[in-house]
Design a protein around this ligand. Sequence first.
Ligand code: SF4
Ligand code: SF4
Length: 223
Amino acid sequence: MIDFPEFQNIRKVAARERIPFSCTGCANCCKNVRDSILLNPLDVFRLVKHFREQGSVQPPEEILEDLADLKELSRGFYIYVLKTINDGGVCRLLKSGRCTVYDSRPSTCRLYPFSPDFKVDGTAQWNLCLEQPHHFEGGCVTAREWKRRYLKKEDIHFFQEEAKRLPLIGKLLHDVPDTRLQEAEIWMLTFYYYTYSYDEPFLPQYKDNMAFLTARLKELQNE
Ligand code: SF4
Ligand code: SF4
């Protein structure tokens, strides 16, 4: 397991706190991002859809293999993290100083320099990343405004569902007997990330997948 650098060098902020901030488009926040850009299933759904619209016929797991590495977040729970290139940890999707998946970029990127911890009721604790001090001058922004600007209803419902479902999934994975762990990991990856129809809305599929995964992990406890 690894320490994710995105959890360091942040401070909590109130949603209405006014933060001096102005983006110059320097793309520094797309560099030195090794193990920083975690991909949730909605991020992956949008990225896979993006590459399919560009003509890719690869299954999602192959598209992901090109884009991201799997990292173990907790016992049996693997999460995709965007790949970086060279010693500078430059995001693999940055080309000539531009994001090549801008409209489908992960939520971490869309919300930067803020990041939310959503709760089941849809409220969030907001954090501010302090790693790039040069952009904290000029304009004035709030996390509340960022939420309105960069999160769709689908994102917020998804974050609420994650807050509701992931603690139980984490506990079930923690309690899976060693002899069934590998099987549990495969179920987890399959239903968390891969089993979607890209012509259908994401959220109902995610809910069905997570309900199925929860039931399957419960069965594994007793087999
Ligand atoms: S958010 Fe900051 S680091 Fe990122 S492109 Fe804008 S100015 Fe540069
Ligand atoms: S996905 Fe795009 S916005 Fe996010 S780090 Fe990579 S290049 Fe930057």
